[in-house]
Design a binder for this molecule. Structure first.
Ligand SMILES: Nc1ncnc2c1ncn2[C@@H]1O[C@H](COP(=O)(O)OP(=O)(O)OP(=O)(O)O)[C@@H](O)[C@H]1O
Ligand SMILES: [Mg+2]
Length: 410
């Protein structure tokens, strides 16, 4: 099935720092403030840079500052992707994009064990994934979890201790982590299979059996991700994180499927001057902006159907790993996060422009399904086969008799 990338915008509430600065709220959801849009209709977001200067943008959904985490999970289409698309054999990708501090990590969620109302998409998706395995696959499915980060253009396995140790002296990994400082980070390499599938060589893929188990693993993994405090966000992600669930199962009708659910929490675009970044923070910022620019170029190449230009996937690790999610075999949802504050107007406008472009991207998601026959059908075919063999033998025998005992070829 062909489909455009679904683009959803979330406007977070004004932060306390924005309030302290005396910022005004200039980005609002028309749907939230003026009633709900009918199903399927695009939703409208308003940017009022001045009372007389208002602009409107249309997206597949617009979630305003009063939207709860549950609303975001459901109305973004994330829930449908998990309980529906995955179990039809489609790959699904959710991608959080936006300026630093705009709410990407909050929206995606990290610890999968989190069952509070603040739980983000990740823990909700894990719950629904296993719930749906119970109802649609009679409990029979294999789920493998992998989790990596791209930090300063290096790929690190967040599920494994030895490849994800941060040794840059200023990077603030979790304080309580007791990993030996001696082992140098071992960046992983991207490889391609003969049929052009991109994968990360040596990346851990661990079988998981319950949301609780995933919760524990992701909590550990999230501690390994590089997070630091900047002037724009006290808990700023300094890397892009890609969390993937490979689901292999058999539906009740006997259909065998393999599909991949990918959740991406990007590092935020930032203006070095505003974040006050220096030294390694600034270097991170440069890498972050560079790979996001590549992503932007891929998005714009894909959105322009007439352009003969090949999307420059190979220009960054991020775009290479997201090749299938953008313009490839996946149903993709892009969650653009914005601050409502006038102070961030320029960055928010950039995010909205980007999101508008992304709406034009067409993906070709194909079902990853192998038709499997039931044991009853197998038995029936076996019996039919035996019967046919018997008939062939009888006919050969009859033929031999007709041709007066002259030898027949079997
Ligand atoms: N919808 C929301 N409601 C309440 N608090 C929020 C919301 N969105 C974000 N926040 C808070 O705002 C701060 C910044 O959010 P977050 O860390 O998710 O931003 P980010 O987009 O991931 O930034 P970065 O690119 O720097 O990683 C956090 O303290 C977070 O808890
Ligand atoms: Mg973040």
């Amino acid at each position: 099935a062909d489909g455009n990338v679904r683009v959803v915008v979330r406007i977070r509430p004004l932060s306390s720092t924005e309030r302290d600065r005396g910022c005004k709220e200039i980005i609002t959801s028309m749907t939230q403030d003026y009633g709900t849009a009918p199903d399927d209709a695009a939703e409208v977001l308003q940017v009022a840079s001045h009372p007389e200067d208002k602009r409107w943008f249309e997206f597949d959904a617009v979630l305003g500052d009063r939207a709860h985490q549950r609303d975001v999970y459901e109305r973004s289409g994330a829930k449908d992707a998990v309980v529906d698309d995955i179990f039809k054999g489609y790959n699904a990708t959710l991608l959080a994009y936006g300026q630093t501090g705009a709410g990407k990590t909050y929206t995606m969620g990290s610890a999968a064990g989190d069952s509070s109302e603040h739980a983000g998409i990740l823990p909700r998706a894990c719950q629904d994934l296993f719930e749906t395995i119970r109802t649609k696959c009679d409990g029979n499915a294999k789920v493998e979890l992998s989790y990596l980060e791209i930090y300063n253009e290096e790929i690190r396995d967040l599920m494994s201790d030895n490849s994800a140790v941060a040794n840059s002296p200023s990077s603030s990994r979790h304080k309580t982590s007791k990993r030996p400082k001696a082992s140098a980070p071992k960046p992983l390499k991207i490889r391609e299979t003969l049929n052009g599938e991109v994968y990360v060589s040596g990346l851990t893929a661990q079988e998981v059996k319950s949301p609780e188990e995933i919760g524990g693993l992701l909590e550990e993994a999230s501690k390994r991700r590089v997070v630091a405090s900047t002037a724009m966000n006290a808990v700023s992600s300094r890397s892009h994180a890609i969390c993937a669930f490979l689901v292999k199962g058999v539906l009740e009708g006997g259909e065998k499927f393999t599909s991949k659910l990918t959740l991406v929490d990007l590092a935020g675009s930032e203006r070095i001057k505003k974040t006050g970044a220096e030294g390694s923070r600034a270097l991170e910022g440069i890498h972050i902006n560079k790979s996001l620019m590549c992503l932007g170029q891929v998005v714009s190449a894909l959105s322009n159907q007439k352009s003969k230009r090949k999307p420059p996937y190979r220009d960054s690790k991020l775009t290479r790993l997201l090749q299938d999610s953008l313009g490839g075999n996946s149903r993709t949802i892009m969650l653009a996060c914005v601050s409502p504050a006038d102070y961030n107007l320029e960055e928010s406008s950039n995010t909205l422009r980007y999101a508008t472009t992304a709406r034009n991207i067409k993906n070709t998601a194909t079902k990853n399904i192998v038709q499997e026959i039931s044991p009853e059908e197998a038995l029936k075919l076996q019996r039919e086969n035996q019967l046919l063999k018997q008939q062939v033998a009888e006919l050969q025998e009859a033929l031999r008799k007709v041709s007066n005992g002259s030898p027949t070829q079997s």
